[in-house]
Design a protein around this ligand. Structure first.
Ligand code: BGC
Length: 248
């Protein structure tokens, strides 16, 4: 059995758990702390330290994977849609390593979810192009071709009707604008139709916390591509981070 600590930093919450990366099962409780308002680097790092402390002694010596809701290139965060702009260009991987006093493996949150779905979930064994989107505070995306991740796809920021897609169609947009499932599904329809035209995927996977309510909105979508909920729901980021930490 291989174990790792997975930490999933999102625009709204920071989650963590100890994972058995052989089976994809959680070996500890899954803890969640709110992402500090403003999403400043120091405050987020402190919250991660607090989360690891709360997970207890079982985390000691384990490989650590950390996800972040931004472009992650060579250990630097290169964008900041739902966190402080101070992250842009920051050597974030080093920042976490120095603060935690241990090596980490650092990856975009949706890419981590993609790795997890490919290894343990809905993308497992699927040939061709799988396009995973996470509908949360923003829209994250992962492209997986024949099981291999193509990193840093930022398909939450394609323009639909002249507007950033995630501003219109994320789960946060549904909440912010008090949209019914039907009104939100109308926006998702436009979004996924456009992605389908651009990429001709073989499978869409829909993740994020709202994917547990998939029956409310997925049946309303009319697409040529099969669209299924993420098997791992909102744990995919934690699992993908842990898997990355063990496999790298
Ligand atoms: C960010 C992505 C991230 C997604 C989900 C988007 O706003 O640009 O990097 O994966 O939100 O958190």
């Amino acid at each position: 059995m291989a174990q790792a600590l997975g930490i999933d930093i999102g625009g709204t919450g920071i989650k963590g758990a100890i994972v058995d990366t052989t089976t994809g099962e959680l070996l500890s409780e899954r803890l969640k702390l709110p992402t500090p308002d403003g999403g400043e680097p120091d405050a987020i790092v402190q919250t991660v330290i607090e989360l690891i402390a709360q997970l207890g002694d079982g985390t000691k010596g384990l490989p650590v994977g950390v996800t972040f809701p931004a472009i992650v290139k060579n250990g630097r965060t290169m964008s900041a849609a739902n966190v402080s702009s101070k992250w842009i260009g920051l050597e974030a991987e080093k920042l976490f390593e120095n603060a935690l006093g241990r090596e980490i493996h650092f990856i975009n949150d949706a890419d981590a979810a993609g790795i997890a779905e490919a290894r343990y979930g809905a993308a497992k064994g699927v040939a061709g192009l799988v396009l995973l989107t996470t509908l949360g505070t923003g829209i994250g995306s992962a492209l997986i071709y024949n099981g291999v991740l193509i990193p840093n796809a930022e398909l939450g920021h394609i323009q639909i009707g002249g507007k950033d897609a995630e501003k219109r169609a994320s789960y946060a947009a549904k909440e912010r604008e008090h949209l019914s499932w039907k009104s939100w599904a109308d926006r998702l329809q436009k979004y996924y139709t456009h992605l389908e035209f651009l990429f001709s995927p073989d499978l869409f996977i829909v993740g994020g916390g709202v994917s547990k309510s998939y029956q409310e909105f997925l049946p309303l979508l009319k697409l040529n591509t099969p669209i299924v909920p993420a098997t791992l729901r909102n744990n995919a980021g934690i699992l993908g981070a842990a898997e990355l930490a063990v496999s790298k």
